[in-house]
Design a protein. Structure first.
Length: 266
């Protein structure tokens, strides 16, 4: 599976019992990064170019990436002129060569308010790239992130199209798209990155996601459903086939709603 993925909870079958996402991701992380670095990975072909496009010019900006993976995307943004970059990831599977200005912290995005390295700091851009599904209390997590935004700051958040999981489950269970899309039951599956690790996912809907943003005092400035470029379609028809079936990801640029309790750090 080449598309970057997010989930609510994960179970390591090697560990032989339920664990939180951090434990499963300490096993999964190297496999995920290997898959992501393939020349035909959807992260390379679709997701990162679209995320990069929405971030725009990062010259002189401070960045915080929550669930940053190995920190590679932040390293690239520093190369593009960002002033500083902090990455938080549960796995601790970080780049061995880190550029100046990059700070990588092994930590839990559910504990933003009690992370000493983040205390009192603000950021121009806060990223949740395929990691928001790990928030145990999504509204609270977004409120904590929102409080760390500078005055003109925004949050860039991406999630897998929930329709993708509904299509997969409908095929597996012999049910319909609607039954699975609106199902409230969580489900478990093994990732293509490492068959030994099973991920348990909470279902979600597009309206549910939008209501979470609203409840956290954020508004959607832009929403994008990125597609393969013409050239990538020709070069990687198997990826277009995948996209035709599963759609890919949703990307949201979120800004604090003025007038609601901002909680900005100044
Ligand atoms: C699908 S990967 C995405 C990585 C990266 N953001 C990207 O776009 O390539 C999800 C990441 O979330 C991290 N993660 C999972 N649960 C987490 C948690 N509770 N706190 C922080 N990071 C977490 C994983 O370790 C993994 O690196």
């Amino acid at each position: 599976m080449a598309v970057a993925d997010d989930s609510a909870k994960a179970t390591s079958s090697r560990a032989g019992g339920p664990a939180d996402s951090s434990q499963a991701w300490s096993e999964l992380a190297p496999d995920y990064e290997r898959a992501r670095s393939r020349e035909d990975s959807l992260d390379r072909l679709v997701e990162w170019p679209a995320q990069r496009d929405l971030l725009g010019d990062v010259t002189g900006l401070s960045l915080l990436d929550l669930g940053c993976g190995n920190g590679g995307k932040l390293a690239e943004l520093l190369g593009a002129g960002a002033a500083s970059a902090v990455g938080v990831d549960a796995s601790g599977n970080f780049l061995s060569a880190q550029p100046t200005g990059l700070e990588l912290i092994q930590g839990d995005l559910n504990e933003l308010d009690s992370m000493p390295s983040l205390a009192g700091r603000t950021f121009d851009r806060i990223l949740f790239l395929q990691s928001f599904g790990y928030a145990k209390d999504p509204v609270q997590t977004l409120q904590s992130a929102r409080a760390m935004l500078t005055e003109d700051g925004f949050i860039l958040l991406t999630r897998t199209q929930p329709i993708r999981y509904a299509v997969e489950r409908a095929e597996q269970n012999g049910t319909s798209l609607g039954e699975e899309y609106f199902s409230k039951s969580s489900y478990t599956y093994r990732t293509g990155w490492n068959e030994q690790v099973a991920l348990t996912k909470r279902t979600y809907t597009i309206s549910g996601l939008m209501n979470v943003f609203s409840a956290a005092g954020l508004w959607i400035e832009t929403a994008v459903e990125p597609e393969l470029s013409e050239e990538a379609r020709r070069r990687y028809p198997h990826k277009q086939e995948w996209m035709n079936k599963y759609l890919g990801i949703l990307i949201f640029k979120l800004r604090p709603r003025r007038g609601s309790d901002s909680g900005h750090r100044r």
